[in-house]
Design a protein around this ligand. Structure first.
Ligand code: B3K
Ligand code: ZN
Length: 881
């Protein structure tokens, strides 16, 4: 671990590397007690001045350094806490270092470590320096060869990037293999795996005729759970050829599943390493959302082969160059594989709940940050999800055809290079001729813009006027913002449907095509748009498809929302209107509760739910999305600083849910029964949609009254898949009496305790149960034989699940929820700093919570004062206080 008070790295200090490493030869001698790594780096000076060479290294024991096979005397170099400085170096030479490392003790899960009995690596962002001294920065790209030597029996499978060139049996019961990756790459894409693994194999013929061998390696017990990921991989490979013209470039593509992993997966060149939770699928261990997640993550990591690997980042400030673009690409893929509108709704819902909160909090940063202490803290929703929204806006501004030209140009112009977000935007401009000068502010300005819209209708002149203004709140280090270029997609809804649109001064559209949809360019603090020939007072359908990541401020009437919800052409707006209507109703119930008035839930909402349920022509997945009330976290986010009352939000949301459950009971029951199916489980769109709506009905029924709980109990017994089983378990756990939930939970564990991934879900359900015993339950589950603080999946399920999905207990008025989280972070700080820092997110939002802010702050303060704080935790805690 590094010192407290670690330094800040600034974008403006970027300097090109003084040396290049043309070739990197690595030799690993893997052992149970220790591992030695010998590197041979073929260096070439790239700057004019002869410079000392500073290589990064952490937690390494240096055994020997040599230059061109001459061992260096101690005086020729210095070992520092963060690296190795070679005082003098010829212009060109081979530098060799031998280091000793202890992967078996590496609990940070960065660098080379052990997951169960297997060796594996995670090098992004700066993990390679825990393996060997190196220029561990993404703009140093090198051709790697990797020799691995290990016990032949324990580690029959030895993998690295690229192609296997040689296998040797050594005399001492050990085996040695040699891998060569012909494509230059930065160190963060290096990977190594050694284990007793089995694999499934398939092949893919690329458009130009390359026959690629595809393998997924897992522990033998999981071999049956790989097929879905393999199919997803093949679908991704085909899609990237068709949608982006990108072909795979090697003869082999491997995926390995590991249990202990800090995030979802990693796109190492030709050797993707996956968290088991993001690759294994089986109807008994994977929910429908789980299947969709596996497909999306397999695609995401595969797509990185071009957006990230062939064209990589110059420095880590450019992270969104690969992540934002790749999230955009995987979202397009998922939209093409399933329902585009449902995918959009899911993504926007997450963005508005979590990314908007990040943008409004102490860790707010631009899509391209300008400074960081620990880069691992910047793998954020802003860099990933808002970054993808920025790419999506470029797609909207250019249109599909020019966008494709832009991405083609970007890939061909920069193939083999380490580049910047600016290079991406330039390629888009050059290929399209569209000016993106003002648009660039989306990369440099943090915060979520607010788009305020006011309208007026002039019946005599048949004109409809929109006054649009934008503003953006101050964020840390950025008090003033310049106006953004915001594409505002819209339509106007009249009595008989969407109206034709013509802006004043614009020629009538000669095309007979779609003239009911338009994208306005909002680029000034305030602007006026006048539509002509508007025959009736319309309801505006604003921000269609969520055309920009902004908060929309327009005073819709409930009647207007109902009209949009049932009749607008845009699926996203229909969903968003349902959310807005529910929001208005929940807010009204909050007021009633606060003033101890009798509760009245507006019939407009219950009637709208009834219509949604009755209309069998609608996509059941969309109906489920539209019926789902805004989450408690989203409601807290909307309440704004100092105004979120968790108890009140919880009670109001529950009350509205219950009112719906009672008011539309008959329709809920009818759909619940009619959507039942005894078809064999398949994770296809139709079945997933039906299960989503059926389980949504079950939640409302249970919220309506305990007489429906037996439905959940019998569903739990008879379900043929985890989606239905878990949905029923949650209903029993959340809506049953606390004492009555014990036995289904115990039964579930006795049925599924042998499946790690199911146990994680079981922990998550118990972490989120809103009853008052939650803190004690979570503390006692931490003592459960299946809980392991060194396994990030377990920590995320139990502790992350508690802090993010159980607001009433996390925000307990005695501060015990905060204390629980703080205790775990304090312990995890030295075990796994990256995961510890991630867990902090809910505490950083302390300014929002009325009556709790001081307690939350005090917990952060307690953490700030702990000795030996990792840079990861230090950065988040100090920036939040
Ligand atoms: N690129 C990796 C994330 C690495 C995170 C390092 N802290 C996975 C992904 O986004 O595809
Ligand atoms: Zn990624």
């Amino acid at each position: 671990m590094r010192d407290a008070n670690p330094g800040t790295i600034l974008l403006k200090d970027y300097q090109a590397p003084a040396y290049l490493i043309n070739r990197t030869e690595l030799h690993f001698d893997l052992g149970e007690e220790e591992t030695t790594v010998t590197s041979r780096l073929h260096l070439l000076r790239s700057s004019q001045e002869p410079a000392a060479l500073e290589l990064q290294g952490q937690e390494l024991e240096l055994l020997q350094v040599s230059i061109d096979n001459q061992v260096l005397p101690d005086s020729a170099y210095s070992v520092t806490e963060n690296g190795l400085v070679i005082h003098e170096l010829p212009e060109q030479c081979v530098l060799s270092c031998t280091t000793r490392i202890l992967p078996q003790d590496n609990t940070s899960l960065e660098g080379l470590y052990k997951s169960q009995s297997m060796f594996c690596t995670q090098c992004e962002a700066e993990g390679f320096r825990k393996i060997s001294y190196y220029l561990d920065r993404p703009d140093v790209m090198s051709v790697f060869t990797c020799t691995i030597e290990a016990d032949a029996q324990r580690y029959p499978v030895l993998l690295s990037n690229g192609n296997l060139l040689e296998t040797k049996i050594l005399s001492n019961g050990r085996r040695q293999v040699l891998w060569h990756d012909p494509i230059p790459k930065p160190s963060y894409l290096f990977a190594l795996v050694a284990g007793d693994l089995q694999h499934i194999e398939d092949r893919f013929l690329t458009a130009s005729g390359r026959d690629v061998t595809l393998r997924i390696y897992v522990e033998p017990k999981d071999l049956e759970k790989c097929d879905y990921a393999m199919d997803s991989l093949k679908r991704s490979m085909r899609w990237d050829e068709e949608a982006f013209g990108r072909e795979y470039d090697l003869d082999i593509f491997n995926i390995v599943a590991v249990d202990d992993f800090n995030m979802g997966a990693m796109e190492n060149k030709s050797l993707n390493i996956f968290n088991t939770s993001c690759v294994l699928c089986h109807p008994d261990v994977t929910t429908d959302q789980g299947y969709q997640r596996v497909e999306a993550i397999v695609a995401h990591e595969y797509f990185h082969n071009w957006s990230g690997n062939r064209v990589t980042c110059r420095d880590w400030f450019q992270l969104s160059l690969k992540e934002g673009f790749t999230v955009f690409r995987d979202a397009e893929f998922s939209s093409d594989m399933g329902s585009r509108t449902v995918k959009r709704v899911e993504d926007v819902s997450m963005l508005r709940t979590a990314q908007f909160a990040e943008d409004a909090g102490p860790m707010a940063h631009p899509v391209r940050p300008e400074s960081y202490i620990e880069i691992n803290n910047f793998y954020t929703l802003t860099v990933y999800e808002k970054g993808a929204e920025v790419v999506r806006m470029i797609h909207t501004l250019l249109g599909a055809e020019k966008f494709r030209k832009g991405s083609d140009l970007y890939f061909s112009r920069h193939d083999g290079q380490a580049v910047t977000c600016e290079d991406f935007v330039c390629a888009m401009e050059d290929a399209s001729g569209v000016d993106l000068v003002q648009f660039r502010r989306w990369y440099s300005q943090a915060g979520t813009p607010v788009l305020s819209v006011r309208d007026s209708y002039d019946a005599a002149n048949q004109t409809y006027t929109l006054e649009v203004s934008q503003s953006c709140p101050a964020t840390p280090g950025q008090s003033e913002k310049q106006p953004f270029l915001i594409p505002l997609a819209l339509g106007l809804l009249g009595e008989a449907g969407n109206l034709p649109l013509r802006l004043a001064g614009e020629e009538p559209d000669p095309e007979t095509g779609d003239n009911t949809h338009k994208v306005l360019m909002v680029d000034a603090p305030s602007q006026t748009f006048v539509f002509e020939g508007v025959a009736e007072q319309p309801v505006p359908s604003l921000l269609r498809g969520f055309s920009a990541p902004v908060r929309l401020d327009y005073q819709y009437t409930r009647e207007g929302l109902c009209q949009l919800m049932s009749r607008d052409d845009d699926g996203f707006v229909r969903w968003d209107s349902a959310q807005s209507l529910a929001l208005q109703v929940i807010e009204q119930v909050q007021e009633q509760l606060a003033e101890s008035q009798p509760l009245k839930v507006d019939r407009l909402l219950t009637d709208a739910c009834q219509q949604l349920l009755a209309d069998e022509s609608l996509d059941p997945a969309m109906v489920a999305e539209m019926l789902t009330l805004p989450s408690e976290n989203y409601l807290a986010e909307l309440a704004g600083e100092g105004a979120a009352d968790v108890e009140l939000i919880h009670r109001a949301r529950q009350a509205v849910q219950k009112a719906i459950g009672i008011a539309v009971k008959d329709q809920l029951l009818a759909r619940y029964h009619s959507l039942a199916s005894d078809a064999a489980y398949a994770p296809n769109g139709e079945q997933i949609a039906a299960r989503a709506l059926r389980n949504c009905c079950l939640v409302y029924l249970a919220a309506g009254g305990p007489e429906h709980l037996p439905l959940a109990a019998s569903q739990l017994q008879s379900a043929s898949n985890l989606s239905d089983r878990l949905a029923a378990l949650k209903v029993l756990a959340f809506y049953g009496e606390p004492s009555a939930s014990e036995s289904p939970l115990a039964q579930f564990y006795s049925d599924w305790g042998h499946e790690t991934l199911v146990v994680n879900q079981w922990l998550q359900v118990q972490a989120a149960m809103p009853d008052l015993g939650a803190v004690d339950r979570v503390r006692s589950l931490m003592q459960h034989a299946d809980f392991d603080i060194r396994n990030p999946n377990k920590v995320r399920s139990l502790i992350g699940g508690f802090a993010s999905a159980n607001p009433v207990n996390f925000h307990r008025s005695d501060g015990e929820g905060y204390r629980l989280l703080g205790d775990v972070i304090a312990e995890l700080n030295s075990i796994n700093p990256q995961t510890a820092a991630r867990l902090l997110a809910p505490l950083t939002k302390w300014r929002y919570y009325s009556g709790r802010a001081e307690l939350m702050r005090a917990e952060l303060q307690r953490l700030a004062e702990l000795p030996g704080l990792s840079p990861d935790v230090y950065e988040v805690v100090t920036k939040s206080l």
